[in-house]
Design a protein around this ligand. Structure first.
Ligand SMILES: O=C(O)CCC(=O)C(=O)O
Length: 300
């Protein structure tokens, strides 16, 4: 049976020129040089069972309690099922760790914990730090993330900055897992144009280069890749790797987080650190320019 993966309005056949499966790097987990080389070559590292599953499920429960308090869960079901209330939208719980928010503590403990920090110390070859600002999210029915480089949101410090995407729960294809565009770290023209933008300086809508994954492949090359994720898995990638997500076509929230890591010795993007990080301070304060217009200017 052919499997169709929905991203935006497109349906990509698994195992076609448009879409393939991500590969895990668990086999080289203990070999730091091999991990670095893999990250360099593939642009990402998928590590299954990296996090303690119970810790991930605790983080999930906390976020579900918040969704429930906000009236976003269908009360005919158990909170842990995360069934979306009629008409309830996606939610972001972005911000720095807040000691007073008891529901979020398991999540902060997970993404700031020793297991994660020691892994980045080893991978980066020095003392790692994490941005105080965190991006946990609950993605509702029909929603997805369009293709983008993370550099456009957090490019004011080192370029050797890594995103860790952690599913907070099992995320099968239908629930909209992360999807990356293999080879997009080599899209030189895109890196030289779109990859130089800064959403707070340039005020361009969404920051997504495209909502159409097929157009991406036809025009720029590469191949999309995703996989079903289980609680405990994570994937890391650099600032110049196009990624987005599959659509959530279910009635359950897809709960996940993106968090950032770099060497402490390198410059940081000051929008994302401190007790009260300033975040995106200018983006969307005025009517943003459309990506279509920006792409015309860049001739891409
Ligand atoms: O979770 C998503 O839908 C998008 C995540 C993302 O863009 C990221 O991890 O940088």
């Amino acid at each position: 049976m052919t499997m169709k993966i929905k991203m935006g309005n497109a349906e990509l056949t698994m195992g076609s020129k448009y879409m393939t499966e991500l590969r895990s790097s668990n086999d080289i987990f203990d070999d730091t040089d091999a991990l670095r080389q893999r990250l360099q070559e593939d642009g990402y590292l998928l590590l299954r069972g990296f996090h303690d599953r119970e810790q991930v499920l605790d983080a999930r429960s906390g976020i579900l309690r918040k969704l429930n308090s906000a009236g976003r869960l269908d009360t005919n079901f158990k909170v842990e099922d995360g069934i979306i209330a009629e008409g309830a939208k996606s939610a972001m719980f972005g911000g720095p760790a807040n000691d007073e928010d008891a529901d979020m503590q398991p999540f902060y403990n997970l993404v700031n914990g020793d297991n994660v920090m020691q892994f980045f110390d080893r991978l980066l070859g020095g003392e790692a730090m994490t941005y105080d600002y965190k991006w946990p999210r609950a993605v509702g029915n029909g929603d997805f993330t369009g293709a983008h480089y993370d550099i456009v949101y957090m490019g004011r410090g080192t370029k050797q900055l890594y995103t860790m995407w952690t599913p907070l729960g099992d995320v099968p294809y239908e629930q909209g897992p992360l999807s990356i565009c293999l080879g997009s770290q080599h899209f030189e023209k895109m890196k030289a144009t779109y990859g130089q933008m800064d959403v707070d300086r340039d005020n361009i809508e969404l920051g997504w280069i495209s909502k159409d994954p097929i157009e991406c492949v036809e025009k720029f090359g590469g191949q999309w890749a995703t996989t079903p994720f289980a609680a405990g898995d994570m994937i890391i990638f650099g600032m110049f790797l196009l990624h987005g997500s599959v659509n959530n076509t279910t009635n359950q929230y897809r709960i996940s987080s993106d968090t950032r890591y770099q060497l402490r010795s390198e410059p940081v993007d000051d929008r994302w650190i401190g007790v009260k990080p300033k975040g995106h301070y200018a983006w969307n304060k005025e009517k943003p320019k459309s990506m279509e217009e920006a792409r015309k200017e860049w001739s891409i």
